[in-house]
Write a protein of this length. Sequence first.
Length: 159
Amino acid sequence: MRYTTVILLLAITFAGWGQQQVDFRLRDLDNKERTFSELKGENLTIVDFWATWCRPCLRAIPELNMIYDIYTDKGVGIIGINCDGPRSASKVIPLSRSLQIQYPVLRDMDATVMKRLNLSAFPTLVLAGSRGEVLWIHEGFVPGDEELIKEKIDKYLSR
């Protein structure tokens, strides 16, 4: 009986994960309110949750710039969501410029969007479908992860 209950709970958990939707209304670096639906890619969207103090985040951003260059013409968008709090918020714009981030960067100082998606690590990358449905989540970044990210993008683009 317990085994069946555990399987049922796991099935419900994973079924619910696939139903999560990426949706938000946040301010960009120019303090303009932006929404997921206006910034998303036509086919897929990568949402990168990052912070200025996070070294793996800073290693991931140049790779995301390259992925943006490769996939933007294939209907893949990238949105960066910076989750720095008030203490380090002043570093976001200069760092974004120095890293030459090519995609929109939004601010979520309370990490509200991350919390709503039950995410807790930096960086966390969410791959969303054309309707905003969560397809894949990747936490952390080490060299080589960019190849895994491209594999996932290719997989979902070919569907």
